[in-house]
Structures are given as structure tokens and as C-alpha cells.
Design a protein around this ligand. Sequence first.
Ligand code: NDP
Length: 237
Amino acid sequence: MTDFHEKKVMVLGGSRGIGAAIVRRFAKDGAKVTFTYAGSKDAADALAAETGAEAVKSDAGDRSQTIATVKAAGALDVLVVNAGTLVLGDPLETDPDAVDRMIDINVRAPYHASVEAARQMPEGGRIIIIGSVNGDRMPFAGGAAYALTKSAVQGMARGLARDFGPRNITVNVIQPGPIDTDMNPADGPMKDTMHGFMALKRHGRPEEISGLAAYLAGPEGGFITGAMHTIDGGMGA
Ligand code: NDP
């Protein structure tokens, strides 16, 4: 446990999966947590009731909404950008609008949210973006556009770490491998393919990601910035 009392945390995309685990972890550790959701109102309401966090409807695919939501949150000690979507398939057959919407959510939103948060963030603030091991490796066909988005946040984090470093604000990327969520269920059709690439033959749990988010946001994580942190059961090993 890390003590986050008095700390203000915002999780973009917190209603389900990895984001919900991050909300739970920061709330349990005493933070005042706000999280966003786009479509899953029931899940968001249930999580808010469970944790005491505040749920705000805000579409990460809409730049104005994202910037306004982060601005309205005021001076955040920690911003976690988790909202993400996955579009897989033959690039020759994939709807280009779906690809562009994924780029809006997975790339543009982390950039604009991070910049907006930094405007009001106090000295020592922390920005954490949830990328993917697919930012480093794309070991199967059909994932080019998703990999594009997760590689993009690597460069973004390196650059923003330089921009905000003089204010002791850190910027890091957590890169999960297969994690058991609605996006990638442990019993889904890709399970055997994915486990074939991994040293540990299982999906990870969302709580195995939220622990690192707490570490990076806590006092022991203060010297870590501009870095990619892979938690992938050895998929990229
Ligand atoms: P889920 O699909 O289980 O959950 C996605 C979360 O993001 C939901 O809370 C969803 O909210 C929110 N979200 C999606 N689109 C938007 C949007 N436009 N605006 C606001 N919120 C949005 O995904 P995971 O938990 O699995 O994934 C979370 C992150 O981790 C993503 O960035 C994903 O790319 C990354 N990741 C996941 C891996 C995995 O194996 N699960 C592996 C590597 C990376 P709502 O339902 O309310 O719209």
C-alpha cells in the first residue's frame, strides 16, 4: 500500500478492466479519485458507489471534451490515461473510420490530456499512460494500427518527460501484455496464440497492472521518467 491521502487522481477510462483496478487501488490507498467513462454508465456508477470515486462521462475520442474534463478537475497530483480501444483485422478490410477513432482515443487523448493536466499540476506530479507490449512487438498479423497507437505514446512520453521534468513532473508508460478484461478475455479466441508467445502461460490480472501505477505515482517512483514499463508475462522477452 502507498499512502495517497490528500492526493488528487484522475483516471481517464476507469469504468472497467485495467482502469477500474487502478481506480480501486488509488481509492483504497486514500486518494480522491475521479474517473471517466464513455459508454459503461452502469459499471461506472457501481464502481463509484463501491470506491467513493467520482464518475464523469467524457468521451476520450472527443478532444474538446477531454481537455475540458481534465481542466475542470483542477490541480491533479496524478493523471492516468487508460482509455483505449482495440481494432484488429486485415488492414485491407478494416474500416478507416474505426482506425482513426482508435487513433483519437489511444494517441490524441493521451497527448492532449497530459498537456492539459500539466498546466495545473503541482511540482512532483505524475502522468502515467497505459500503452501496450505491442508498442514494442507485434507478433501476429492484424494489429498494425493498434501497434501504431501504442508505439506513438512511447515517443510522446519521452518527449513530455523532457518538457515537464524541470517541474519534477514524471511521465511514464505502462505496457501490459495480455490482461484478462472485456477487451482481451482470458478464455477468448486469441488465448492460445497469445500464450504461445509468453514465458508465463496465462493472462495477467488487472491488479497486476494497478500495483505498478501506484508505485510510479508514489514516493519511491519519483526518479522514474520518460520510461516504458512492460508487464507482459514475458511476451516480449
Ligand atoms: P476494456 O475494454 O476492458 O476497458 C476499456 C476502458 O476504457 C473502459 O473503462 C472504457 O469505458 C474506457 N474507454 C474506452 N473508450 C473510451 C472513450 N472513448 N472515452 C472514455 N473512456 C473510454 O480494456 P482494458 O482494460 O483491457 O484496456 C485498458 C487499456 O489497457 C487500454 O489502453 C488498452 O489498450 C490497454 N491494454 C490492454 C491489454 C489487455 O490485454 N487487456 C493489453 C495491453 C494494453 P466505457 O466502457 O465506459 O466506454
